[in-house]
Ligand binder design. Sequence first.
Ligand SMILES: Cc1ncc(COP(=O)(O)O)c(C=O)c1O
Length: 374
Amino acid sequence: MAEPPAAPDLVRELVRDALQSSPPYLLPHPHGITTKLDANELPFSLPPDLSAELARELAAVELNRYPDPDQLELRAEIAAPLGLAPEAIVLGNGSDEIIQLLVCCFARVRPGRARAAVAYPVPTFAVFRGAALAAGCEPVEIALEEDFTLDFERVDRALTEARPNLVFFARPNNPTGTLWPSRQVAELARAHPDVLVVSDEAYSAFAGDGMIAMAAELPNLMIMQTLSKTGLAALRIGYLHAAPALLAEVEKVRLPYNVGALNQRAALWILRRCRSLLAERCAAVVRERDRLAAALSAMDGLRVFDSQANLILFRVGQAGDGRATAAWQAMCRRGVLVRLFDRPGPLAGCMRVTIGSAEENDRFLAALGDALRG
Ligand SMILES: Cc1ncc(COP(=O)(O)O)c(C=O)c1O
């Protein structure tokens, strides 16, 4: 009897080539980190009295029952302040899942093409590429300018040539913090009515310039937002707004219980009880961002990129001189973790710091200052 194939052989045989050859999404977790500024989270947790009340609320959730598959109460709570009906949004397990749902759903191959294409300017959020590859789509990467602004003409030409099914614009962009104006994105949506244009507004709480109000006039515009960056990253709740016909198709690929009952109940309770607290905290982060940007700009040898998100990207020394990696390692030894992007390409020499509390930001500035001197 023939030997059954080993697991690596099954992988070679059954996993799409593009996925096999793509590296895993790995984040470093050095030991001894006390100041964690690497994941674009809000630095503040719920106050203890509210946490205790929430725990009592969650104790009432019947864990033997499936969650509400329609997520009606939570959809209503999220949609109302946006001026939308509950059925005008679809919920995802984080907006990460929404990205996956979109590339799965809108993957029909255009006549004359081998694969459906998914476009996005680069550098940007890694999940656009990962989701496109996982769905068997062709990633189309459109280079940003050297300062990470968008060359409108270049994007326009790329969309004409590649005719992607979807194009993602992270507004503001991660990891650069750049906000590509809604006016330009709307113009691209108008110029390419057969391409679905997605405004990924994960960081809109720190930027404004959201596009939800434009969706009524632009049938190919889709908007994603998330509760993650406003202090609720653990709950994994993202949402999508688009024309009803598009949402109806996305609903067909969404798994019925994609958002757990505890997460639904917690989000509902927090939004009802603490919406203004979350908004105040985002405003505090914006103030800290301005302070941090000024402090970084005053340091020798750094190039600081303008940011409208809860993060700041900066370059240490010159691309390829290794100073960024050395400084990052020195900061880790002092317990401060930021995200390092120091590899060949447009982000060479760059680090991204998430805006933390004032104390965390001070610890970061001190560690960076020492690392640069050392
Ligand atoms: C641009 C962008 N979009 C989407 C996400 C995903 O957010 P979540 O899945 O937490 O809603 C992130 C997370 O960092 C992001 O940077």
